[in-house]
Design a protein around this ligand. Structure first.
Ligand code: MG
Length: 239
């Protein structure tokens, strides 16, 4: 990589395409499926506790969600659960895996514009096959010079990826919707982080937004990113 040039790295789910709304819908269907056994709030809190406990074992994504949902259903409904209900649960999860990719507004134009000027990377966590399928289906794959699916987005993993990619932390710019996964670890290792919020955030990804951090920027849409990059380059030229 050219030192001093920004290395723009994008998160995928809820940054490039919709994701959390499908999970929210799956949670609603799951609660409806167990409505005869427990109140929706009980189903939701038990499911979240199970998911959280299982993340170190199953990782993030639909398949981990499916196993945790099955575990929750067995815990809450026990032996009274029918095979019809199990099948309905598997259908909810399968539909999420097969859902077409829905790009967020301004993503394609912005990425095409930036890719003609800068190397772009993609860093996402979740199910390997699902993430790769979504990237292929998005039509954006050719715009990234590097991409990786990782199991956790923490400081150590980012550090490892930067070494692998030969990028200095001071040149690294992460763009994403999750404060916990895309912003805080990147600021901690000396990179820049741009938060583009998505209307929904899974409770596991919630964290305090940094206040007055010199390397943190909040943008309300992807379309504003090229202007940020131009301003960054102009200020770098003066330094
Ligand atoms: Mg995301």
């Amino acid at each position: 990589m050219t030192p001093g040039q920004p290395f723009l790295c994008f998160d995928a789910d809820d940054t490039l395409w919709h994701n959390e709304d499908a999970f929210a819908e799956a949670h609603r269907k799951f609660a409806a499926l167990l409505a005869d056994y427990h109140a929706p709030e009980t189903v939701e809190s038990t499911l979240y506790a199970t998911e959280k406990r299982n993340i170190p074992i199953y990782g993030y994504g639909c398949k981990g969600f499916t196993l945790s949902a099955l575990e929750t259903a067995v815990e809450l409904a026990g032996d009274t659960m029918s095979s019809r209900e199990v099948r309905a649960l598997l259908t909810i999860c399968r539909e999420m895996l097969l859902e077409p990719v829905r790009l967020l507004p301004g993503v394609e134009e912005t990425l095409r514009h930036l890719a003609a000027r800068h190397p772009l990377a993609l860093l996402t966590k979740g199910d390997l096959a699902h993430q790769e399928n979504k990237l292929r289906a998005s039509g954006l794959m050719d715009l990234f010079t590097r991409h990786a699916v990782i199991s956790e987005k923490d400081e150590e993993t980012y550090r490892r990826m930067l070494v692998l990619w030969g990028v200095e932390p001071s040149d690294f710019v992460m763009i994403g919707n999750s404060i916990k996964s895309d912003i805080l670890p990147v600021l901690a290792l000396g990179g820049r982080a741009i938060h583009i919020p998505y209307p929904l955030t899974w409770q596991h990804e919630r964290a305090e937004v940094p206040e007055n951090h010199p390397r943190f920027t909040l943008l309300d849409s992807m379309a504003r990113l090229p202007a940020w990059v131009d301003a960054y380059l102009a200020s770098a030229a003066k330094r």
